[in-house]
Design a protein around this ligand. Structure first.
Ligand code: ATP
Ligand code: MG
Length: 689
């Protein structure tokens, strides 16, 4: 019966899928590593392996599947279901629904900690801070310590958080992290140490965990032998995709789950390791086999099913110049005539315009928007393109950039829920209190201090000193908190109760309150999909929905829309047509001033990841002039740029070099001396040849 599962696979993929499984017996076998280049079917093989295990009797509830995003996890369970349906019919749906342990390391960690927190001295009712909240809390501590006032060159809150996070995830000492990755902060080791100690203490006092804590405390749980045995014993099979981008804590956790490697499968590509800046280490995947005795079996895949030959040839040539690499080049039989394009444009406006033109041409040729993606190094690089798309009414969804939850009004409303869920969370508390007119930081602090001293902090709000200038807003607030505290509306209706409280503030604080109101209504619909407030807050914080062109929250699934994504968030995905923005030195690779050679190598792999997302059509865009934000130099400026060093002259023959001469639409139709006039209907012809 499981033969059908294997039907579409090549012999190497089959070996990986069948490893350790005997007919009708899927009990945990020896460890397996699948290491292979982009588009060789690693993720597909992993999905087949899960289906095959289940078809041979493995219990889906005892399978732990870890991916790098929630989207990847749900795509994987979808794939497993489709594969299984062919062999198991309708039972497949039930079976895939049993794959309840599929998610990111962080999400699985959060779930484990809700259960096991008391055993390592944590309160299981912790709330989770996203990166912005973490930076805000760090900032509060920084103010308390007086570092921001007296020392004007002290690193920003975002940089402080990045340093902290790197130390936690790599386990490396602060000085080492500063010297290797943040040399411009190296003069502040003592202050940073003090700041981090204060931050850790504040998190504990307020019972909040940041993203890094989810891994850190999970790893700590796994360091207790009885707990490790108990948690590891819950699973027969543990499978991890994109293993090259895990960090030391994640590897520690994985190895503690299955010290002898039984039932362990990891999959990845060292040439696609792009998260060293978050302390991921490619050593995890390279060292994996040697952790076990006998060493884990290794399966390599060498056939690419994704891209046409010209695209694959160009991508292979780029990665061939890498200093170090384990995976071998791939081959394909997908012949095609068109080489990938290398398009020179005047500036970022020209780039935006040229991409939009090409996207529309593609659509006219029958490639839907959803089959096209625009990729870029950093989220803000898509700014001019977003403007151009909005102007032309082309819907898009942006991955990895500004998230739905990052919008101020959504955060405001959620802050009230978070405040009720965990009244000791000062970041949430400040946010809620400062929404009211006449409440400033001093008054807010007084209220929070009063609560912090009480046995039941939420009940204590009612007896807190009323902020003198808050007027009627204060009793309204107390009434809302009392309702939510008592659970009078029930879940998810309490979100409506919270919104009714927030709405007058929304109207006072934001001019475009109608659009924002629509977002909040949508939030209520999203909430309806979660069983409880706690699950809703946890999962939304860990992996929020992506932003859409109208900022209205989750994408409208039946509508056609263009994908905009950072290269990092494009991992594992594929599209017919792919555009990569700003393929210039100073962007890919970025930070030429401070980058070590290891950093530069990571940027080469980033370009490889971007190029290998394309199935039929690939365009790399090279603007002559582009806008850069340089963190080390703390400056924004325009620079003249040249083609990335990763495509030296010798490789030019693999590309079709073109020049897009048209300037932006705006400058092409600008009347002399007047305001910019935009003729939406007009198309300035470019020079695609
Ligand atoms: P990445 O490194 O980018 O994550 P990957 O190795 O995980 O890529 P997949 O995404 O699993 O590759 O597969 C790439 C494409 O190849 C998908 O469209 C997949 O359906 C297709 N594919 C994989 N294996 C086969 C096969 N044996 N026959 C036909 N198509 C296949
Ligand atoms: Mg993959």
């Amino acid at each position: 019966m499981s033969l059908a599962v294997l039907d579409d696979l090549n012999p190497q993929q089959r070996r990986a899928v069948e490893h350790g499984v005997r007919d009708g017996d899927a009990s945990p076998g020896p460890p397996l590593l699948v290491i292979a280049g982009a588009g060789s079917g690693k993720t597909n093989t992993l999905a087949h392996r899960v289906a095959h295990l289940i078809a041979n009797g493995a219990d889906p509830y005892r399978i732990l599947l870890m991916t790098f995003s929630r989207r990847a996890a749900s795509e994987m369970t979808g794939r497993v279901e489709r594969i299984a349906r062919r062999t198991m019919g309708e039972g497949a749906r039930v079976m895939a629904a049993g794959l309840t342990w599929a998610g990111t390391f962080h999400a699985v960690g959060a779930r484990m900690l809700r259960e096991y927190a008391p055993q390592i001295g944590l309160d299981p009712d912790f709330s989770i801070h996203d990166r912005e909240d973490s930076a805000d809390l760090l900032n509060l501590v920084r103010h308390e310590l007086g570092f921001s006032k007296t020392r004007n060159r002290f690193p920003t809150k975002a940089t402080c958080l990045a340093v902290y996070s790197r130390c936690v995830n790599s386990g490396a000492p602060l000085e080492e992290v500063l010297a290797s990755a943040f040399p411009w902060c190296a003069e502040w080791p003592e202050e940073l140490r003090q700041l981090f100690a204060g931050y850790v203490e504040a998190k504990q006092r307020q019972n909040v965990l940041d993203y890094d804590d989810l891994l850190l405390y999970w790893a700590q749980t796994m360091a207790v032998p009885e707990l490790a045995a108990e948690i590891g014993g819950r699973f027969d099979h543990v499978l991890v995709d994109e293993y090259q981008d895990t960090n030391r804590l994640q590897a520690d956790i994985l190895l503690a789950l299955k010290p002898d490697g039984s039932g362990l499968t990891v999959v990845g590509d060292d040439a696609q390791s792009i998260y060293a800046f978050r302390a991921a280490t490619v050593r995890n995947i390279l060292d994996f086999p040697g952790h076990f005795d006998p060493p884990a079996a290794i399966v390599t895949l060498d056939r690419n099913y994704r891209s046409t030959r010209p695209i694959l040839d160009a991508a292979n040539a780029v990665i061939d110049l890498a200093a170090e690499r384990f995976t071998k080049n791939l081959w394909t039989d997908r012949d095609a005539a068109g080489r990938p394009r290398l398009v020179t444009v005047r500036d970022e406006q020209g780039q935006a315009y040229c991409v939009v033109e090409r996207v529309l041409e593609n659509r006219e040729a029958g490639i839907p928007l959803k089959q096209q993606a625009v990729l870029f190094r950093t989220s803000h690089h898509s700014g001019p393109l977003e403007v151009e798309l909005t102007r032309r009414n082309i819907p898009f969804v942006k991955f990895g950039g500004l998230k739905f939850l990052d919008s101020a009004h959504v955060k405001d409303l959620l802050a009230l829920l978070r405040f009720v869920e965990n009244p000791r969370d000062r970041v949430a508390g400040f946010r809620v209190l400062l929404l009211m007119p006449g409440v400033g930081p001093t008054a807010a602090q007084r209220v929070l201090d009063h609560m912090a001293d009480a046995a039941d902090p939420l009940a204590a709000v009612a007896t807190a000193p009323a902020p003198p200038r808050a007027g009627g807003a204060w009793p309204d607030f107390l009434a809302a908190v009392a309702d939510l505290y008592a659970g009078r509306s029930g879940w998810p209706a309490e979100l409506e109760r919270a919104r009714l409280w927030y709405e007058p503030h929304l109207e006072r604080l934001h001019e475009d309150s109608t659009v924002r109101h629509a977002d909040l209504i949508q939030l209520e619909q999203i909430a309806a999909g979660y069983p409880s407030r706690e699950r809703f807050l946890t999962e939304l914080t860990l992996d929020p929905p992506d932003a859409t062109s109208d900022q209205a929250g989750v994408p409208l699934l039946d509508e056609d829309y263009l994908i905009l994504s950072t290269i990092h968030s494009a991992k594992g995905q594929e599209w017919s047509s792919v555009f990569v923005l700003n393929v210039v030195d100073g962007c890919i690779p970025s930070d030429l001033g401070t980058g070590t050679s290891a950093d530069i190598e990571e940027e080469r792999r980033l370009l490889y990841v971007a190029m290998t997302r394309a199935k039929e059509d690939l365009s790399l865009i090279v603007p002559h002039r582009f806008f850069t934000h340089n963190q080390a130099a703390r400056g924004d400026r325009h620079v003249y740029a040249s083609r990335t060093r990763f495509i030296p002259k010798a490789l030019l023959g693999l590309f079709e070099a073109t020049t897009w001469l048209a300037a932006s639409a705006a400058s092409a139709t600008r009347p002399a001396g007047g305001a910019v006039r935009v003729d939406v209907g007009a198309r300035v012809r470019g020079m695609w040849r």
